[in-house]
Design a protein around this ligand. Structure first.
Ligand code: CA
Length: 322
């Protein structure tokens, strides 16, 4: 609860107590306790960013610049990102052989409706020139590129509204399982999986630290305010939802305006294809090979199944009718 809200509630309650102390005092106290439990329990404690600033400074980032950034009111500690990640890993670890077998054939049906496929098909028609160029350069068919764009951001319409700075800095600061444990569902952590969760938390913290460094480098390179870069729950950015480090590894300045801008269509479409080629995409590969490469884009079997299913439907639409 905000201090202002707490103060306002207290003033109202005190005024009412003065008027009718017996009838008001006990219900009011219970109401305050209830509200404190409701709002106070979900608000993360203020973070101490010093360890992160120290680590970045030791890695060559300017200490004064970092301190000024972390002093800004937009900076928030958001431990739900790491808590969610560890919970997803724990759930995935406890999947039964039946669950795993079922996932192999599961697709996200919502992307296969006639309405959604028609929209993706229109996108192909409207962007045929650049998609043909991408196919010629990287060997990745337009249906695969557009399918990924559809599933990642609904063809660029939803690129995420989270401050990537807060998402990645919070995860980088949450490498210790004890930090995120209060934000996790209590029933998931057991003595048996505790060590696994602790190790994965540390690894994901290091991963987030590297991504946070890449975000700061990217902002510096492009003259952007790092706190104004928006993205997904886990800090992916642009039409193609790259993590910041992938901008440096696979991003393409295809429109040749001097910067890799994944919010610009041409750069994003080339970058998707460059990422896939960099992860082993080759023209003429079989479905298993395609699945393997697409899995590398999002580490999800259902995601890869869905990308291929959408692409197949788009190919059907593009086939000449007899
Ligand atoms: Ca560009």
């Amino acid at each position: 609860m905000t201090p202002r809200l707490s103060a306002a509630i207290t003033v109202i309650v005190l005024q009412r107590i003065r008027k009718d102390p017996v009838r008001i005092v006990f219900p009011s106290i219970f109401a305050i306790i209830f509200l404190l439990l409701l709002f106070g329990s979900v608000r993360p404690a203020a973070a101490d960013w010093k360890p992160l600033v120290e680590r970045l400074a030791a890695d060559g980032f300017n200490r004064q610049t970092l301190e000024a950034l972390f002093d800004r009111p937009e900076v928030r500690f958001e431990p739900d990102a790491m808590a969610d990640k560890i919970q997803a890993l724990l759930r995935s670890r406890s999947e039964s052989p039946d669950d795993i077998a079922r996932l192999k054939t599961t697709v996200r049906e919502s992307y296969l409706s006639n309405r959604v496929i028609a929209r993706a098909h229109s996108y192909i028609l409207e962007n045929r020139a650049v998609l043909d160029e991408v196919h010629a350069l990287y060997g990745v068919p337009k249906e695969i590129i557009v399918s990924i764009l559809l599933i990642e951001t609904h063809l660029g319409r939803n690129t995420g509204n989270r401050r990537v700075f807060n998402r990645l800095a919070s995860m980088a600061l949450s490498a210790d399982l004890e930090t995120v444990r209060p934000y996790m569902s209590g029933s998931l952590l057991t003595p048996e999986n505790w060590e696994f969760a602790r190790r994965r938390c540390r690894e994901k913290g290091d991963w987030a630290y590297n991504e946070f460094r890449a975000l700061l480098r990217l902002a510096d390179l492009d003259g952007l305010d790092p706190l104004e870069i928006r993205g997904s729950f886990y800090g992916a950015i642009g039409l193609c939802q790259f993590m910041p480090s992938n901008v440096f590894s696979y991003g393409v300045d295809a429109d040749q305006d001097g910067r890799i801008n994944l919010f610009a269509k041409t750069d994003a479409l080339h970058s998707i294809a460059n990422y896939l080629r960099g992860h082993g995409w080759r023209p003429g590969m079989d479905r298993d090979g395609e699945h393997h490469v697409i899995f590398g884009y999002n580490q999800s079997t259902v995601y890869a199944n869905t990308v291929l299913a959408v692409a197949e439907k788009l190919k059907d639409r593009n086939r000449p009718r007899p």
